[in-house]
Design a protein around this ligand. Structure first.
Ligand SMILES: *Cc1c(COP(=O)(O)O)cnc(C)c1O
Length: 420
């Protein structure tokens, strides 16, 4: 058993000033989280001195591993020159140019500071452009923590949005419609039901309920439908962007949305968000158009410097080929293990994302809910005891990074072998 004495004491103190002892809810691992001292490569070290191989990786951003030296140098070079100007810079132009070149669905973009801000602004742009009010999201899809997207599954495909959180008036979510993932019929019915739908927003691969993959032809069909019903398609690629391919899921699957949101990886661990898309839509953003959007920290020089460095590393290291192959190997090893042990679990994933579902392979959110969440959480704690940090929830994706070596993976397989 790992000794978490200091973390336990820290948790007791932290609870006095931080709700739940943390700064974001996923970090509140029961009975108390480990508090981190430092991280480097694929390893994260807690304040008791325990070291873990990390598959959480900041919930996705650290695809190059923690404290990547190239990113670190780019940030520190920027720090030498000051780190917040309130004026435009050349480096944000360069990063924008590189992102637009990589994403088929992005001609023009705006930098913001988080993924939450990106989806909030993309939805505003969609509404501003179309003059329509409603939007459709996928049940179980996560797009950050702003009011209109904090709506989970209703009972039926077309129930009007009921907020997930106190403090969100139903008036603010009444324009939020829900459709189950991988269900074209339900989406068609929704789009048929109203001519006031500005956009469909979706994670092309559902990343916030574990990786749940699009069925053959699903994304293509959604693209066709949204065109047919004159509704914009927004791919929320805050997780899949730069993860599945340089050009995200839209490159990987060859389906081009009208608007795209990015975040996480492109900040190299610094705060960032991006929303971009067709020029005729994004040109409507202030100051060139009348859809208002602004931010003190938007295009933050340190985040932008990190972003350019991330792209340098991804290009130079041929990262996606390496990582996607590593992902394939991990999934196949875990699948064999599950089969050998006669467990009725399912190994899911794509690219460098993977996950064992404690149940049948899910195709949508309702399926994921049927998995053994408690069993999974026990498994998480066993893995932590073995020095492996995977996200504590059955609903979160495990990530690989360029910093994971063959030896790290072998140690991880041993832990899986004994903990499963
Ligand atoms: C993490 C995430 C967000 C929110 O990004 P933040 O930077 O945490 O605000 C939005 N959409 C998806 C798909 C995400 O995974």
């Amino acid at each position: 058993m790992v000794n978490l004495e200091k973390s336990k004491a820290m948790f007791e103190k932290a609870r006095e000033y931080l709700p739940g002892g943390v700064s974001s809810p996923v970090r509140a691992i029961k009975p108390y989280p480990f508090y981190t001292e430092k991280a480097s490569g694929c390893r994260i070290t807690d304040i008791d001195g325990n070291e873990y191989i990390d598959y959480c990786l900041g919930y996705g951003p650290n695809m190059l591993g923690h404290a990547n030296p190239v990113v670190k140098k780019a940030i520190s070079d920027q720090l030498e020159k000051g780190w917040l100007y309130g004026t435009p810079t050349e480096s944000e132009f360069k990063l924008a140019e590189r992102i637009a070149a990589a994403y088929p669905g992005i001609d023009m973009l705006r930098f913001v500071s988080t993924g939450t801000e990106a989806t909030m602004s993309a939805l505003r742009a969609a509404r501003g452009y179309t003059g329509k009010n409603k939007f459709v999201k996928i049940e179980g899809g996560f797009h950050g923590a702003h009011d209109s997207v904090l709506v989970k599954a209703g009972s039926g495909a077309s129930t009007l949005g009921k907020p997930d959180s106190l403090g969100v008036p139903q008036d603010f979510t009444k324009h939020t419609l829900q459709a189950p993932y991988n269900n074209i019929e339900a989406m068609t019915d929704l789009l048929e039901s109203s001519d006031d739908i500005a956009a469909v927003i979706m994670e092309p691969v559902m990343g916030n309920v574990g990786p749940v993959l699009p069925q053959e032809g699903y994304l293509e069909e959604i693209r066709k439908l949204t065109k047919e019903y004159d509704t914009l398609l927004i791919f929320d690629e805050v997780i899949t962007g730069f993860r599945l391919a340089m050009g995200g899921a839209q490159e990987y699957y060859g389906v081009t949305p009208d608007l795209t949101t990015l975040g996480k990886i492109i900040g190299g661990g610094m705060p960032i968000g991006v929303f971009g898309g067709r020029k005729d839509i994004i040109e409507m953003i202030a100051p060139s158009g009348s859809v208002y959007q602004a931010g003190t920290f938007s295009g933050h020089p340190a985040s932008v410097a990190a972003g350019n460095a991330v792209l340098d590393v991804l290009e130079k290291e041929n990262a996606h080929e390496k990582l996607n192959t590593m992902g394939q190997n991990v999934r196949s090893r875990l699948s064999d293990m599950v089969t050998d042990k006669g467990l009725d679990y399912s190994v899911s994933g794509i690219g460098s994302m993977f996950k064992i579902f404690f149940g049948d392979m899910p195709t949508n959110y309702q399926d994921v809910l049927k998995c053994d969440k408690e069993g999974y959480f026990n498994f998480f704690h066993k893995m932590l005891d073995q020095g492996i940090f995977i996200p504590p929830s059955q609903f979160e994706t495990n990530f690989l990074s360029l910093a994971h070596t063959e030896d790290d993976l072998e140690a991880t397989f041993e832990a899986y072998e004994s903990c499963l």
